[in-house]
Design a protein around this ligand. Structure first.
Ligand code: ADP
Ligand code: TRP
Length: 323
């Protein structure tokens, strides 16, 4: 029997996910859970770079675990855990810190963007890719499904693994990112990349009112009701996300024939509602089972910790910390 390949990924618990997070990253976790030995975690240590309220962090961690279960991750197939239950990542990150140069990390896009906005950024933001490398390499992963903005972090992970292997002997596998080109950048209601920080999202578990409000915000041009409409528009691109191939072709025809923007928006609301309603229901189910969710996280944490400890034992030995 061929062994399944190992998959790891995580998302920071920073509030409600949106459909960009879902199509760009989270959906892959669900689609791949049968074919890979998967571990998906709540990246709570990474979230600390931007959170200063214990209450908020605690609540966000639990809410994200509920989100994972609501999108269909099956705890019987996937190890679901919270990153801080594997404190070995912080230990490994320190070891990686000591073999990574400042100029190398200064080239990271995320750091450059953060620094351009605020010179007073914390050391955690600078070291973010190192902690991520530790997450990935301590899981012995072959593949890491992520959104396109995480590509460089996986490249950095490979560089670090290679350097470590060169200095201390073969210890780590070189993991590969998996990025869905089709959903590399899901656009928001204003046409920019959909992001929590731009206020242009459709929340993944949106209420009917939230869906309506978000769709109404989408800008349209001044074309007449029966004029052909652009299928390169924000409206069409967002609508497409909720449709299968056949439905996409149908909608394209309707746009080209000339559908009014009012009707096009009503149809989008309908499609979004059809897609989101079952997710919302499953979320309500899990939100009512907090004890069970906590137990799933605890069991997953123990499993992830055990696996990490095995690799960490080898790392400590290989760098010369074990006598
Ligand atoms: P946000 O920008 O809303 O704060 P995060 O940085 O928390 O999102 O991203 C979580 C995951 O979702 C990452 O893997 C990221 O690549 C993916 N992602 C976020 N926004 C989008 C988007 N608009 N399109 C595709 N993937 C996205
Ligand atoms: N940096 C990722 C994000 O912002 C979260 C993350 C942390 C992650 N560690 C990881 C993703 C390891 C994949 C693998 O969404």
């Amino acid at each position: 029997m061929r062994m399944k390949k190992i998959l790891i990924s995580g998302v920071k618990p920073t509030g409600r996910p949106h459909i960009g997070n879902y199509f760009g990253a989270m959906k892959q976790f669900v689609d791949m859970q049968d074919d890979y030995e998967s571990s998906i975690f709540v990246a709570d240590l990474h979230a600390l770079t931007g959170i200063d309220s214990a209450q908020e962090l605690k609540s966000n961690i639990l809410e994200e675990a509920i989100d994972y279960l609501a999108i269909g991750l099956d705890p019987k197939k996937v190890t679901l855990f919270k990153q801080s239950d594997v404190p070995q990542v912080a230990e490994l990150a320190w070891i990686f810190d000591c073999m990574t140069t400042m100029p190398y990390l200064m080239r990271a896009h995320a750091f450059k963007d953060a620094e351009a906005k605020n010179k007073d950024i914390n050391v955690g933001v600078f070291n973010y890719p190192i902690l991520m490398a530790a997450d990935i390499l301590l899981s012995d992963a072959d593949v890491v499904p992520v959104g396109s903005d995480q590509k460089q972090h996986i490249e950095i992970t490979r560089d670090i693994a290679e350097k470590f292997n060169r200095l201390f002997g073969k210890t780590f596998k070189l993991p590969k990112e998996i990025i869905l080109e089709e959903f590399a950048t899901v656009i928001g209601t204003d046409g920019q990349k959909m992001s929590k920080s731009y206020g242009n999202t459709i929340p993944l578990f949106a209420t009917t009112e939230e869906i309506q409000k978000a769709v109404m915000k989408i800008p349209t041009d001044s074309k007449g009701a029966s004029d052909p409409k652009d299928t390169d528009s924000i409206l069409f691109k967002i609508h497409k996300l909720f449709l299968d191939q056949k439905e996409q072709v149908e909608l394209k025809k309707e746009y080209e024939r000339g559908i009014s923007y009012k009707e096009a928006k009503e149809k989008l609301i309908e499609s979004a509602e059809k897609f989101i309603a079952p997710l919302r229901e499953r979320r309500a189910y899990w939100a009512n089972k907090k004890e069970e969710v906590l137990k799933i996280l605890k069991d997953g944490g123990e499993k992830a910790n055990e696996r990490a400890e095995k690799i960490m034992t080898m790392v400590r030995k290989n760098v010369g910390l074990t006598l």
